[in-house]
Design a protein around this ligand. Sequence first.
Ligand code: APR
Length: 258
Amino acid sequence: MDDLERLADDVRSADAVVAFTGAGISAPSGVPTFRGDDGVWDRFDEGQFAYGRFQRDPEGFWRDRVELQRVMFDEEYEPNAAHEALAEMERDGDLEAILTQNTDGLHGDAAAAIDDDAEDGEPTVLELHGNAQRVRCTDCGKRRDGDPIFERAANGDRPPTCKCGGVFKPDVVLFGEQLPGAVIQRARSLARESDVFLAIGSWLVVEPAASLPRRAASTGATVGIVNLESTPCDDIADAVFREDVTAVLPRLRDLAAE
Ligand code: APR
């Protein structure tokens, strides 16, 4: 029995399997990752998108954000086989929740694309860093589809404002901005209560997400890591797959469904 078959056995016998994903799960869909060769942070400076810049210089922030959105989300990216495998595992009751650092919305698209007739109702995707396809008013809190607002900003309406007069902000967690406490608490309790914790396509360097695998391991969960490069959590993992997410996850889904 190899590592993946052992992990699939643990998934089959688990009460709570949680998947945590980073930019690497969307890379096969063409979405740029943040670090490594030709990553987003090779082309932009993180500081351009920090919360302090948004507050200090909203016009400049929105000018650069339009460019970042074009680079990251210009094409209509589709979910890939790894997103689909997780959505099918969730539908079939083999996965309790998907926690993601990604803001591309592809997990939600994958869940919506499968005929979700599972007894457990709505899929549970927790977007820890928000969703870049939406904007939110910093005054009234209203969330809107981002496309028309980015269009306005690209045409010089910067910063774009809400009908209430408030300034719109991309509905993502900016550098220097606190993640909503409730989201962190929910992610931490899901990790703590999991029997199997899968960390997929993340370098596991950005807190608080990066400590979730350790938190899961500390309460006895089996930890599986799927990532092309080494991560700071490899030492506590029960199994590390230095392979492409689109090779490992469909096989894990098939083995767990046997
Ligand atoms: N299969 C498996 N792993 C992959 C694949 C693939 N096809 N493609 C890339 N990877 C791995 C890379 O080796 C890298 O370790 O995915 C990881 C992606 O790491 P990052 O680009 O750092 O993405 P992530 O860990 O999600 O970044 C976390 O940092 O800048 C912030 O807000 C930003 O959400 C982001 C956060």
